[in-house]
Each structure stands twice: as structure tokens, then as C-alpha cells.
Design a protein around this ligand. Structure first.
Ligand code: NAP
Ligand code: MG
Length: 501
């Protein structure tokens, strides 16, 4: 065999991604790239190797102030404030085209910065981001009000209009950086808001690259601003700033609470996508093979770092052992490694801090009496790797069962009969209410159970996301919805106009 055939195929656009990372990165404020006021920068690292990826500008309070002023100016400037809806749609579609053209480079940057398998970035995160732009572009021309019949004395012509809320601060986490950033900016820009985006400190690279595309396709100055920086400085300053009209946030429930308090000063509108502890329920009639695959995918994709990861598995006792064995076999057979390795099925977790946090939950569960069926250990390497893990014999009081772990850790439980009330009670025994998945071929049970679950999204016999389907949480999983009509309406204020005629 020649050495040629032993070589791994090259990762498309890896050189472009590396060249971009090596550039001098700045903040994007008011249509210009500017140095941070403090002159400070911070480093980001590849979680698979620990290697240095880039130095990025560290925005602080003074930069937040400049960005808010630039965004407010855009809301007053005719170029953005009076841009016709079809022109906003065109800009978003051009951005979608540009992102699609550069999808290989974005996927490589995402893997370098976040760790996920480059295949996942290229064939899930990027197409989803492109779809989000195109879907929301379509709404720009359809944000109409209603004409209303009034009952009071006199003759009236009354109607509502939807106006952009104004300046929106958008704070996103590190688990799906480009998809989260686009999920935030696309509806906000389609509605005519001015945006200030703060990516997570761990993963700023694709947001930086996106800002260059936004500049290239020609959004007016100040309509989009990018602040790279830390949550406790840049993030906190944004959420408290009186010039910000709305905050949209995805991340931890703990920071969500801080944001609610910070937003109270000027009654900012707030949309929060917080944690989850999604139950995955397998009824005895289900296609067991498909359910095993689905349950494993739901918790091990993105190394479990998904707010909607199916982290609690409820299975009918007749098929419990079969399912646990099946999911554990997938866990043990999963190739864990660097995201640029073509064989890798699961990448690293975001940092060694997260790895220790995840393993701490597993250890706590085992000490409290849980049984380990797969994984439960770190995988050596320079990076932060955790083996896909399956636990049984947990109880509802254990932290591993109750709290969002944000790692590849599944707790599997059995139920005895098909009492849908009891199944729903167990599944609903959580502070969270983001998602739920049911596996069954019983149409009646699927409908009845779906209505009993306290979750923002219920999926039957499958998973996934769609820009058209509202997404968000009941209970402590958040406030409001993203995606769909609800998602774009959340960037508008309704104004009622009544004229005596
Ligand atoms: P996080 O602290 O909630 O971070 C999310 C975003 O909020 C980041 O951009 C962060 O900036 C920013 N932020 C932090 N403190 C802030 C503040 N006081 N004011 C305004 N913005 C602030 O989440 P994390 O530290 O990345 O992860 C911790 C845990 O949160 C995870 O283990 C997981 O359980 C949960 N989480 C959930 C989701 C989800 O999709 N629901 C996503 C990520 C994490 P920095 O980057 O500087 O921290
Ligand atoms: Mg944090």
C-alpha cells in the first residue's frame, strides 16, 4: 500500500479557517472594525488539543456603550429604519448565500474552536444556519398587523402595526456557536431591529467570520454589531444598559436569572432559552431498534452539549434491558476523538472544567447507588474527552438525574405498566420543561401523552430542529419561543392605531 492511500483526506477549507483565525481580530461597531477601548485581548483554545486558536478583542463596558450608541443610531437612520421589508429580506438572503458559499470554512472554524466533528458542523449546523436566514428573510415582508372592529360609540378605523422593538442584545453559548448566533440575528434583523451579538468567550470564531460576511453583503452601519468578550463584563453591561430594548439569551438557568434582574431597570423585553432535562419515553409497542438509535443520538450528539439532549430515558420494563444494552453498546462503540479526524463520531467537551463537572455528576450518582452500564470515565488526550455514559438505578433526588449536566450522560429508568398519567408524572418531575421525545406506534397513546407532557416541544419517533417550528421551554427552561411566527413576533411591538372617521 502506498503512503498516499494511508493519508487522511484533507479537511476542506482548513487552510482558510487557519488563516482567518490568525488575523488580528477586532470588535465590529457601527459598521467598522475597531480596537477594544482597553486594548486587551483574550485567547481561545481548541478543546480537542488545547492548542491556541486565536486572540480576540475583549469588549468591556466602554465598548458596550459604543455599540449601544451605534445600534441606537441605526434605529434612527433612514438607511436601516426606513429600509423596505423586501430589501431587508434580500440582505438576509444574500447573507444566507454567502454563508452557504463559505460553509466549509465555517465548519472548519467551528470544529477548531468548539470541537464538534467537522462533518456535524458542515452537514448539520451550517445548513441549519443557512435555513434560518432564508426562513426569517421570508417573514420580513409578512409582519402585518390586523384591522380591528371596535364596539364603542362612533365610527372608527382601527388597526395594529408591528414595529421593531429596537436595540437587541443577543447573548449566545458555546455549544452550537454559528447556529445559535444566526438563530438570534436572523429574526431580529428581519423584523428591523438593530443587533448587538455577544458570542461565548470559548467560541467567538464563527461569529467573527459571520460579521465579515454581514459587512460584505452590505447591511447598513450599526444594524449589526459584534462584541467578543466575557459574560460577567460585556454580557452583564449589555443586559443592564438603558439603551438596550430587548435581551435574547441562550445558556444556563443561573445566568438567565441574572439577566432577568439586570433587565428590570428599564423593563427590557426578555427571551430566554435555558437548560433542559429532556425525557425520552419508549412505550412497549415502539420500533425498539429505531428507539435505541434515537435515544443514543439524542444524548450523545455534540457530546451531550445540547439544551434539548434526551438525558432521562424512560422505558417499559418488558424492553428495558434490551434498550439499555442497545444504548450502552452504542456508547461503548462510539469513536471519541478530535473533530477533524474522519473516524470521529463524538468530539471533546468544551473544556477541562466541563469535563470535571460532568464526571463529578457521574461520581456523585455512583456514590449514591447508581449502576454504571457504559462509560463513566475520561478519555485520555491533550483535550477534554468524556466517554459516553449510561447509568441505571438512579433516583429522582440525585443531582445526576435532576440537574442539567450538558455532557454525554444518560440516566435510564423503567416503568411498569402503560399508565400514561404515571409516565407523564415521572417525565414531568423536573424543574425543566424544554423538550420531550416519545417512541411508539400507538397513535392514541402518542397524542394523549404528548398533551400531558410539560414541554415546549414534543417529538414522536424522531428528533431535530426546524426554523418553522417554535422552540422554547415551559417552567425553568425559559421565557418565550424562538423560530416560527412566534420567534419573529418576539422582536416586534404591537402598536394599535384607532381613527375616528
Ligand atoms: P452561561 O454562563 O450561561 O453562558 C452563556 C452566555 O452567557 C455566554 O455568552 C456567557 O459569557 C454569557 N454570560 C455569562 N454570565 C453572564 C452575565 N452575568 N450576564 C450576561 N451574560 C452572561 O453558560 P456556560 O458557562 O457557557 O455553561 C454553563 C452551563 O450552562 C452548562 O454546563 C449548561 O448546563 C448550561 N448551558 C446551557 C445551554 C443551553 O443551550 N440551554 C447552553 C450553554 C450552557 P461567557 O462566555 O463569558 O461565560
Ligand atoms: Mg459562563
Amino acid at each position: 500500500m502506498s503512503t498516499q492511500t494511508l493519508e487522511k483526506p484533507p479537511v476542506p477549507a482548513l487552510d482558510e479557517a487557519r488563516a482567518f483565525a490568525a488575523r488580528r481580530h477586532q470588535l465590529f461597531i457601527g459598521g467598522r472594525w475597531v480596537e477594544p477601548q482597553s486594548g486587551e485581548r483574550f485567547a481561545t483554545h481548541d478543546p480537542a488539543t488545547g492548542a491556541h486558536v486565536a486572540d480576540v478583542a475583549k469588549a468591556m463596558e466602554a465598548d458596550v456603550d459604543l455599540a449601544v450608541h451605534a445600534a441606537r443610531a441605526a434605529m434612527e437612520d433612514t438607511a436601516w429604519a426606513e429600509m423596505k421589508p423586501n430589501a431587508r429580506a434580500l440582505l438576509l438572503n444574500r447573507l444566507a448565500d454567502a454563508l452557504e458559499r463559505h460553509a466549509d470554512e465555517f465548519a472548519a472554524l467551528e470544529t477548531m474552536d468548539q470541537g464538534k466533528p467537522v462533518r456535524d458542523a458542515r452537514f448539520f449546523d451550517l445548513p441549519y444556519a443557512v435555513d434560518l436566514l432564508r426562513y426569517n428573510a421570508g417573514w420580513a415582508t409578512k409582519l402585518n398587523g390586523e384591522s380591528i372592529s371596535l364596539s364603542g360609540p362612533g365610527t372608527w378605523h382601527a388597526f395594529t402595526v408591528r414595529e421593531p422593538i429596537g436595540v437587541v442584545a443577543q447573548i449566545v453559548p458555546w455549544n452550537a456557536p454559528i447556529a445559535m448566533a444566526v438563530a438570534k440575528i436572523a429574526p431580529a434583523l428581519a423584523a428591523g431591529c438593530a443587533v448587538i451579538l455577544k458570542p461565548a468567550e470559548e467560541t467567538p470564531m464563527t461569529a467573527l467570520r459571520l460579521a465579515h460576511l454581514i459587512e460584505e453583503v452590505g447591511f447598513p452601519a450599526g444594524a449589526f454589531n459584534l462584541l467578543t468578550g466575557f459574560g460577567d463584563s460585556a454580557g452583564a453591561a449589555l443586559t443592564a444598559h438603558p439603551g438596550v430594548d430587548k435581551v435574547t439569551f441562550t445558556g444556563s438557568t443561573e445566568v438567565g436569572r441574572l439577566i432577568i434582574n439586570a433587565a428590570a431597570g428599564n423593563f427590557k423585553r426578555v427571551t430566554l432559552e435555558l437548560g433542559g432535562k429532556t425525557p425520552c419515553i419508549i412505550l412497549p409497542d415502539a420500533d425498539v431498534g429505531a428507539a435505541i438509535q434515537g435515544a443514543a443520538r439524542s444524548i450523545f450528539s455534540n457530546a451531550g452539549q445540547i439544551c434539548n439532549a434526551g438525558s432521562r430515558l424512560f422505558v417499559h420494563r418488558n424492553i428495558f434491558e434490551q434498550v439499555v444494552e442497545g444504548v450502552s453498546a452504542i456508547a461503548e462503540g462510539t469513536k471519541v476523538g478530535g473533530g477533524f479526524d474522519a473516524d470521529t463520531q463524538m468530539g471533546p467537551v468544551i473544556s477541562s472544567t466541563q469535563r470535571e463537572r460532568i464526571l463529578g455528576y457521574v461520581k456523585g450518582g455512583l456514590e449514591a447507588g447508581a449502576t454504571l452500564r457504559a462509560g463513566g470515565r475520561e478519555i485520555g488526550g491533550p483535550g477534554a474527552f468524556v466517554a459516553p455514559t449510561v447509568l441505571t438505578d438512579t433516583d429522582a433526588q440525585m443531582a445526576v438525574r435532576r440537574e442539567e449536566i450538558f455532557g454525554p450522560v444518560l440516566c435510564a429508568m423503567s416503568f411498569g405498566d402503560e399508565d400514561l398519567e404515571q409516565i407523564a408524572r415521572d417525565a414531568n418531575a423536573s424543574d425543566y420543561g424544554l423538550g420531550a421525545v416519545i417512541w411508539t406506534n400507538n397513535l392514541s397513546a402518542a397524542h394523549r401523552l404528548a398533551r400531558k407532557l410539560k414541554a415546549g416541544t414534543v417529538r414522536v419517533n424522531g428528533g431535530g430542529l426546524d426554523p418553522a417550528l417554535p422552540f422554547g421551554g415551559f417552567k425553568q427552561s425559559g421565557w418565550g419561543r424562538e423560530n416560527g411566527r412566534e420567534g419573529i413576533d418576539a422582536y416586534t411591538e404591537v402598536k394599535s392605531i384607532a381613527m375616528a372617521i
